[in-house]
Design a protein around this ligand. Structure first.
Ligand SMILES: [Zn+2]
Length: 282
């Protein structure tokens, strides 16, 4: 009889343990939400802060498994094969190599580890995102989501996809500094394209600088949708021009107050446009 009770007790303990495990999974999910909220409102009450840096990283994020954890990043994927793990290792190395430079430049460090979802199936990725892109930063969730092929065809191909994670991380940092920067396309995309060094890589081979867009075009999301790559390139050159001529402090001011661009640079938008396009034609 007492033996039956003992077994019953063991089963009960196991049940309680497994229930606790389930609910801690849910808590982790909630913790993620909380930390997202903390990021957008850093001055929120200190009682909610312990959740922002969990001692143990959640092994799952929805349908995705944790494939790689680095000092500053958590990389999840729906596909945890060895091939995909190797590819994610490459992305993670590049992320860590660029991390200090980027947080130093913007003088801002994200409160927790950056969550990156890596998909190696393009159809699956684009279905999930709902548009034909290969990378995005989802500000509401504070998650970077990218498509990356499970193996790179050559060095150029590898650079393209490691650049992409860095590009999205820059969006994550500047949109955490000021969520409104996401609405100012030429600054948001230009900063990501310039600071990721994608612009520098393109400038090494590009010789054609014709078809410079107007300021109205650069300010409209439709131009970015329609002209695709060109919009990123030209936005990158404006940010590069601002950074070289007015300095990184001015660029950081612009991120915080993009509507005050004329006051911060002490120049009219028309003059800025003239100077930049002249510089580009040199
Ligand atoms: Zn972008």
């Amino acid at each position: 009889m007492s033996r039956r009770l003992y077994i019953l007790g063991c089963v009960t303990i196991l049940l309680v343990l497994s229930m606790t495990a389930c609910s801690s999974g849910n808590n982790n999910k909630n913790n993620n939400n909380n930390s997202t909220n903390n990021t957008s409102t850093p001055s929120s009450s200190p009682t909610s802060t312990p959740t922002s840096s969990p001692a143990i990283s959640p092994p799952h994020n929805g349908e995705l498994s944790l494939v790689q954890e680095t000092e500053h990043g958590l990389f999840y994927s729906p596909d945890a094969t060895e091939k995909v793990s190797d590819m994610i290792q490459t992305l993670a190395n590049s992320f860590e190599a660029n991390y200090p430079r980027i947080v130093g430049l913007f003088k801002y460090e994200p409160s927790g580890k950056t969550v990156v979802h890596v998909y190696s199936n393009k159809n699956q990725f684009q279905k999930m995102i709902g548009r034909s892109t290969e990378g995005t930063y989802v500000a509401e969730e504070n998650i970077i989501k990218v498509y990356t092929p499970s193996s790179f065809s050559n060095q150029k191909n590898e650079d393209e996809y490691t650049f992409q994670v860095i590009h999205e991380f820059i969006h994550a940092v500047i949109q955490q500094i000021n969520p409104a920067i996401g609405q100012v396309k030429f600054l948001d995309e230009g900063i990501a394209y310039y600071v990721s060094n994608q612009l520098e890589a393109e400038l090494q081979t590009r010789t054609n600088f014709a078809d410079i867009p107007t300021f109205e075009q650069l300010s409209s999301p439709e131009y970015f949708d329609k002209s695709g790559h060109e919009a990123y390139f030209f936005s990158g050159t404006i940010v590069r021009y601002i950074s070289n001529k007015y300095g990184v402090d001015a660029l950081n001011e612009l991120i915080k107050n993009p509507e005050q661009i004329e006051q911060i640079l002490n120049i009219s938008l028309n003059q800025l446009y003239e100077q930049w396009s002249e510089d580009l034609r040199k």
